[in-house]
Design a protein around this ligand. Structure first.
Ligand code: NCD
Length: 297
């Protein structure tokens, strides 16, 4: 595996092989501190991040790598330096892998065409966020064994969500049924062509779900008013304790973070027994260790 730019184009057996590899990177697994010893992983984050950047950093350090953390704040981007100039300069410092997050779809692909090292997409615009989809699939597989025949309901601002796109591709490839639900203004065209089912009726579909993945309203990516109000959104699409009551008894709740508590997800549900949100974060390190190992070898 040279780069990880998206889930699109991956076969089921390739995804499963990566998830199997991640299994060996769970806490308590064999020491892997020699895997990237003496090598550098460069984090290039042109957008804010809490989980993804820290998770790649912890993963890289567990593999013995040195980590170069670059962020746009305080960088020469403010002086007009281009994406490719920034990437080429970081590459000149010799990293084995560049992990990149950017507000523009396709930015990691562009960088990958101009550098010799491996490139991992840590989220590009509304396009893809493959490491998030892989850690979500890993978490569900850990709970269920297999995803075949399971229904995953993705609820919220699908239009602006790279997490939703990558998850739709990944979960479908692994055999799950994927239903996407949200207000018509926040569901992009083309989801059915990618294998998804689309609905605006949350209460009708909720009892069918084996897992519900909540998405944040990504207001910083909204160019216009897509909703009457957040309160109206919560009334129609928020995962409240009353809605959680109507889910299957063992249905799980996921969220990629950051959570806007009380908007898309009630705090009681986020911190309740259905929630696997912190399992997602913990598994993220193992999955990213597997990704870095695969890309750097
Ligand atoms: C998401 C992102 O940045 O795409 N967060 C993440 O990486 N886990 C989702 C979001 O911003 O809402």
């Amino acid at each position: 595996m040279r780069h990880l730019l998206g889930i699109a184009g991956w076969r089921r057996d390739e995804l499963e092989a990566l998830l199997d590899r991640a299994q060996a990177h769970l806490p308590g697994g064999p020491d892997a501190s020699h895997v990237l010893r003496g090598r550098v992983v460069a984090n290039l984050f042109f957008e804010d991040s809490t989980r993804t950047r820290s998770s790649f950093e912890v993963a890289a350090r567990k593999l013995g790598a040195d980590v170069l953390n670059w962020s746009y704040a305080g960088s020469s981007v403010s002086k007009g330096e281009t994406l490719l100039d920034t990437a080429r300069n970081i590459e000149a410092m010799g990293p084995a892998v560049i992990v990149i997050r950017h507000r523009s779809s396709g930015a990691p692909g562009l960088v990958a065409r101009h550098v010799k090292c491996a490139v991992v997409n840590a989220g590009d615009g509304a396009h893809e966020h493959p490491s998030q989809a892989l850690l979500d699939a890993f978490t569900l597989r850990q709970r269920w064994g297999r995803l075949d025949g399971r229904t995953v309901l993705i609820v919220g601002d699908v239009l602006h969500s790279r997490v939703a796109r990558s998850n739709l591709l990944c979960l479908k490839a692994l055999g799950a049924r994927v239903v996407l639900c949200g207000p018509p203004t926040l569901l992009p065209p083309g989801l059915e062509e990618m294998g998804g089912e689309v609905t605006h009726q949350l209460d009708a579909v909720l009892p069918q779900a084996d897992a519900v993945m909540c998405l944040r309203l990504q207001t910083e990516r909204m160019s216009e008013a897509f909703l009457p109000s957040q309160r109206e959104y919560s009334r129609l699409f928020g995962i409240t304790p009353a809605r959680a009551e109507r889910m299957k008894p063992d249905a799980l709740v996921l969220h990629p973070g950051p959570i806007n508590r009380g908007v898309e997800l009630s705090p009681v549900v986020a911190d309740g027994p259905r929630s696997v949100i912190l399992e997602q974060v913990a598994n993220g390190v193992a999955v990213r260790r597997a990704i870095l190992e695969a890309c750097a070898s």
